[in-house]
Structures are given as C-alpha cells and as structure tokens.
Design a binder for this molecule. Structure first.
Ligand code: BV8
Length: 251
C-alpha cells in the first residue's frame, strides 16, 4: 500500500542529525506478536497482561506466569522481523548516531540489524534467578504449541527459582537503560514514536522529554494515543507500511 507522507516529514528526517526511534508492542504486531493490549488467549484468557506481568503473580503462581513467558518467547522465536524493524535498522545506517529505544521484550530489532537497541523493559531472552546473585540462566527452548503451565527451572548456581528477564509492573527499570534513553531523547533532533499506547511510565516520558528538549516528535500509529498532543506529526498507519516509506523519503 502506497503511503502518502506529508512532504515536510521527508525534509525533517533528511535534515536530522540525531534520530531516536522509540518503539512499543505495535512495532512487532505485523510480525505476528500480539500487542500488550490484545486480549490474551488460551490458558491466560481470563487475565489481562498487567495482572500477569507482576512479581506478585509470579510468586502466587510461578508455573502459570513462567508458562506464559515461555509461550511468548517461543512465539517470538517463530516470528520474523517485519519491514518496520528493517526500516528502523536502515535509519541507523542512513543517520549515524541514531538510537533505538524499545519497550518490547522481543529480539526482533536485533534480528533486523539494529546494533544496540535500549531495552527499557528487559528481554524474554535474559532469564535470571531470583537469588541474591540474579544469576543468568540457560533455559532450553520450549515448543510454542504446548502453551500451558510450566514450572520455572532452578538456578544451576544457587538453586533459586529462575524468572523472566523482563521488568514487571511495580519494578524499577534498569538504571543504565533508562539513563541511556533519557540522554538520547534529550539530545535528538527527531524522535519517531512507533506502535505504543504511551500509557506505561516512566517509558511514556521519553517522547515528552524529547519534545521538551526541542526535538520534533513524529508518531506512527493507526490509532490516536495520549502522545498525539506531544507530536508535531501523527502518521495514521502501521509500522510495516509507514517506516519503509519514511526511509525512502529520507534517502
Ligand atoms: C516503575 C515487560 C518505579 C513485561 C512491561 C508514574 C511514574 C512511574 C510509574 C508509574 C506511574 N504511574 C503508574 C506507574 C506504575 C506502572 C505504570 O506505568 N502503570 C500503567 C499501567 C499506568 N509503571 C511501572 O510499574 C514501571 N515501574 O515505574 O518503577 C515504581 C516502583 C514501584 C511503584 C511505583 C513506581 C514498570 C513498567 C514496566 C512494565 N513492563 N513490559 C512484559 O512484557 O510482560 S510494560 C508493557 O506494556 C510493554 O513493555 C509496554 O511497555 C507497555 C505498553 O505497551 P505498548 O508497547 O504501548 O503496547 P500496547 O499494546 O499498550 O499498545 C500497542 C500500540 O500499538 C497501540 O497504540 C496500537 O494502536 C498500536 N499498534 C497496533 N498495531 C500496530 C500499531 N502501531 C503500529 N503498527 C502496527 N501494526
């Protein structure tokens, strides 16, 4: 589908020295990875993600929560980066010094060629134990068809339960990632916010910080979000349609 971009957007991007691409779950939707607002299915249908993505849920029912994350990790392993991920990596090549900041816990930006995406909410691929040492854990891949309760493994070094390497609601974001994201947002010329509902904090502050520091904020989302009023331009389209058109225009 031809995406007609306001010509001003092409000029804004072409003149940008430093670009931040800030992404949410909508970035991976066209890779077949459900967004955070999508209804859960199967065993987890009676929950919403915000209930399961908490330390309390894991301690109350480790097998339910670990099974959910392993099923999501298996789904991501089966997914492929979409043209939006590839265009994002292309922006890093076209405009050196650009930074990808993601709220997503999948590895699709990396697999599309993005060099060092900043993961504000951790990763499905970095499980660790809940012991004092937070030891990284090697976890065998599971079959996505299984999709059920699964007892979390025990740490090979200290015997504590292994947990997903993500940031749950009520947990602090990794300080280094948050600092890097704030630094990038404070010093960029353009921030593209792609596929996020902009409701989870402090990540949702990132586009607002960029705007306060004088950057031009451009949103890519088929739906309106609370970020609309922060943006100079709201492109009502999907990541896989709009981002490749943006890159073409910026060449
Ligand atoms: C914390 C990992 C300190 C786990 C996630 C104010 C300040 C600070 C904190 C708070 C605050 N107010 C409230 C809080 C608490 C809380 C919070 O923000 N709650 C919300 C619900 C109000 N924040 C926290 O707890 C954070 N920690 O602040 O620590 C602290 C400590 C104790 C007490 C207080 C404070 C930690 C938050 C991290 C949670 N972990 N993920 C996992 O993945 O399981 S968050 C999770 O939801 C995602 O990672 C993502 O970041 C977030 C939002 O999802 P989105 O990415 O935006 O996706 P969503 O589905 O919502 O929307 C998709 C969008 O894409 C839609 O707009 C749709 O239109 C669009 N779309 C769809 N298809 C496409 C598309 N766009 C483009 N193309 C398409 N094809």
């Amino acid at each position: 589908m031809e995406t007609d971009l306001p010509s001003a957007v092409a000029t804004i991007l072409r003149r940008a020295g430093r670009v931040v691409v800030f992404t949410g779950a909508g970035m991976s939707a066209e890779s077949g990875v459900p967004t955070f607002r999508d209804d859960l299915t199967g065993l987890w249908a009676r929950f919403d993600a915000e209930q399961l993505a908490t330390p309390e849920a894991f301690h109350a029912d480790p097998d339910l929560v670990w099974g959910w994350y392993e099923w999501r990790r298996a789904r991501v392993r089966q997914a492929e980066p979409n043209p939006g991920h590839l265009a994002t990596a292309e922006i890093e090549t076209l405009i050196p010094g650009s930074v990808v900041i993601t709220q997503n816990v999948d590895d699709l930006h990396e697999r599309a060629g993005s060099r060092a995406p900043v993961h504000l909410h951790g990763s499905l691929f970095a499980p660790r134990c809940i012991g004092a040492g937070a030891h990284p854990a090697d976890v065998p891949d599971t079959d996505p068809e299984e999709g059920g309760r699964l007892p979390p493994p025990r740490c090979a070094r200290c015997g504590a339960l292994v947990r997903p390497g993500v940031v749950w609601f009520g947990e602090q974001l990794p300080a280094a990632a948050l600092d890097a994201a704030i630094e990038a947002a404070s010093t960029c010329d353009v921030l593209l916010t792609v596929g996020t509902s902009g409701v989870v904090y402090p990540a949702a502050e990132i586009p607002r910080i960029a705007r306060r520091c004088g950057a031009t904020v451009i949103q890519v989302n088929p739906e309106p979000t609370p970020l609309d009023r922060v943006c100079a331009v709201n492109l009502r389209g999907t990541a896989a349609q709009v981002l490749p058109a943006l890159v073409e225009a910026a060449r």
